[in-house]
Design a protein around this ligand. Structure first.
Ligand SMILES: O=C(CO)[C@H](O)[C@H](O)COP(=O)(O)O
Ligand SMILES: [Fe+2]
Length: 224
């Protein structure tokens, strides 16, 4: 793996106490999180609801300098680009499955000043996302069916990560779903460098040690 890619850990606050969103987020950052992964669900693309741009904007008002990635599990990603940019989002990661014109959505995200992340569900072939890589800053390989935290990691998705790393040594590759100390080795060896971890970090006795362990594992794999 290319040595100048960074190992970055972005905890997901999905399964935290959302009545304390700011405190939980700040705690994660104080414990060494490199960025925050904010799961936005609309009840259409996935059978669950979370929060939208008004909540993200309130969080941004309290946390000025952290990198915010929104994971947009929504039926119409184009609709929320401008409100999310206005809310202070740094990276807009959307699922390509429901989108007719992925290139147009990528362009609009860039024009609004955010980075572009392209996400695919476990059933979506990696070739579907490959054609858009040149327009993106990151590809997210989902390792659970999107919609809920706390699910079991799908190791069979590592073939996609391995394929991308082999062909795109400079690409930021993120994994999301069921990732924690027990599964980070698979992700790191396959070539993922951006790691989302929800339940495993939120529920850890020592959050800082868990975040460090995840980062160290990725860094070690990158240096080989
Ligand atoms: O996108 C998601 C679910 O759709 C979450 O980011 C993901 O599930 C993180 O939580 P956990 O680590 O508990 O699986
Ligand atoms: Fe997510």
């Amino acid at each position: 793996m290319a040595k100048h890619l960074k190992a970055l850990i972005g905890p997901s606050i999905l399964n935290s106490d959302l009545s304390r969103l700011y405190e939980e987020s700040q705690k994660l950052l104080d414990n060494g999180a490199d960025y925050l992964h904010l799961d936005v669900m609309d009840g259409h693309f996935v059978p669950n609801l979370t929060f939208g741009h008004p909540v993200v904007k309130c969080l941004r008002n309290k946390i000025k300098d952290a990198f915010f990635e929104t994971h947009m599990m929504v039926a119409n990603p184009e609709q929320w680009i401008s409100p999310m940019a206005d809310a202070g989002v740094n990276q807009y990661t959307f699922h390509i499955e429901p989108v007719d014109d992925v290139e147009r959505v990528c362009r609009k995200i860039k024009e609004s000043g955010m980075k572009v992340g392209l996400a695919i569900k476990p059933g979506t072939p990696v070739s579907d996302v490959e054609k858009y890589i040149s327009m993106s800053d990151m590809v997210l390989i989902m390792t659970v069916e999107p919609g809920f935290g706390g699910q079991k990691f799908m190791e069979d998705q590592m073939i996609k990560v391995r394929h991308l790393r082999e062909h795109y040594p400079l690409l930021n590759i993120e994994v999301d779903g069921g990732v924690g100390p027990a599964t980070i080795g698979c992700c790191a060896n396959a070539g993922a460098n951006m790691i989302v971890s929800g339940t495993a970090v939120i529920g850890a006795q020592d959050q800082a040690a868990t975040i460090k362990q995840l980062r160290d594992t990725v860094q070690q794999a990158m240096s080989q």
